[in-house]
Design a protein around this ligand. Structure first.
Ligand code: MET
Ligand SMILES: [Zn+2]
Length: 341
């Protein structure tokens, strides 16, 4: 063990310890960008949710707070599609871009502070309008979306980046952002909607190369319930997470609920780390038209399956695009009997 491993070891049990304090299962927040949109934000922009960092940081904080009050134990920052390259394309300087990235985590931390104050101000016998106002451990995760998310052309749902994009390209693309977010005050880094094996490899190599002290999770998306969206093997992708001591949990997000059970069973074959799942509502996203089709069958009401997913091995559960604080409230409620605290 080198000296650089000391801090990692002290944070290597962060998620397991947290789960223990949460009574075995933790609730992740729900769709963030789509919730901003439900509040009227226009995110038809290459920056998507990160546009709100510029135009409406109060709404960003309010949505975080809504998720905490709905019972989320982990909230993800608004940095999913925030990149230095993306801000630069809008005319922001490197310094401005870097401070916007950090700001996304600060806003999430501010929401947590406001939440804790509200918990203190509310006595047990006060009516809380169905809000969960309970002093409890809460983690802030810095969201890192894929290169495809930055491209804003829907390729985070195909994982097809073309031959010119290799491992070094992806590492260099993400390097500075990951360094910054790791030092932003976040408790962990959430690599999410990872569409292929190459990018998973890039993330774990970056964690090592840059000696990142903040632990991470690695979350893939699937559109067939078998492989990740690029067609790469989910087992191989999850095994990449398993091989890295800085990755504390592995799982699936932004994937239709009907695929989740099989995906959990497949991940379980290759990891002993906690498994996280936060499905979308089951609607499909048209990356070119930049809209969700709410036609056809949706799985919006997936909450009844949450306990089954936990029985199958998931221990961190939430929602992704088009799920709302109501979804998270229902997940919180359905898990309350299951938790041991
Ligand atoms: C396309 S998946 C988006 C994930 C991000 N955490 C969000 O909810 O906005
Ligand atoms: Zn999503």
């Amino acid at each position: 063990m080198g000296t650089s491993d000391v801090n990692v070891n002290s944070s290597s049990s962060l998620v397991k310890d947290f789960l223990h304090k949460c009574g075995g299962v933790a609730v992740i927040d729900g769709g963030f960008a789509t919730e901003l949109e439900r509040h009227g934000a226009d995110l038809n922009d290459p920056l998507w949710s990160a546009k709100c960092l510029l135009t409406d940081p109060h709404l960003v904080r309010a949505v975080h707070l809504d998720y905490l009050e709905a019972g989320a134990d982990i909230i993800l920052s608004s940095s999913y599609q925030a990149t230095i390259q993306g801000f630069k394309a809008k005319g922001y300087s490197i310094e401005e871009s870097e401070s916007l990235l950090k700001r996304s985590v600060e806003i999430a931390c501010e929401a947590r502070d406001v939440y804790y104050n509200r918990c203190c101000e509310t006595s047990a016998d006060q009516s809380t309008d169905g809000k969960v106002l309970k002093q409890r451990p809460i983690l802030v995760a810095a969201s890192v979306g894929s290169y495809g998310a930055y491209l804003a052309d829907g390729s985070e749902y195909s994982g097809e980046y073309g031959d010119a994009v290799d491992l070094n390209f992806l590492k260099d693309f993400h390097r500075r952002r990951v360094q910054l977010l790791a030092n932003s005050g976040a408790d962990l880094i959430a690599f999410e909607t990872v569409p292929n094996k190459l990018e998973a490899q890039a993330f774990v190599e970056l964690l090592k190369e840059e000696d990142i002290k903040t632990p991470a999770w690695l979350s893939f998306n699937s559109k067939d319930g078998v492989n990740v969206v690029s067609g790469d093997s989910l087992s191989e992708c999850a095994a990449i997470g398993e091989s890295c001591e800085k990755v504390l949990a592995v799982g699936i997000n932004c994937t239709p609920p009907r695929f989740i059970l099989d995906l959990i069973l497949s991940i379980k074959q290759v990891t002993t780390k906690p498994i996280l799942i936060y499905p979308n509502s089951g609607e499909s996203y048209d990356g070119i038209r930049k809209e969700w089709s709410n036609t056809g069958v949706t799985d919006e009401d997936f909450v009844p399956y949450v306990n089954k997913w936990c029985e199958a091995g998931a221990s961190l559960v939430g929602g992704c695009c088009r799920t709302t604080p109501n979804t998270i409230r229902a997940i919180h409620k359905s898990l309350s009997g299951k938790r041991t605290v």
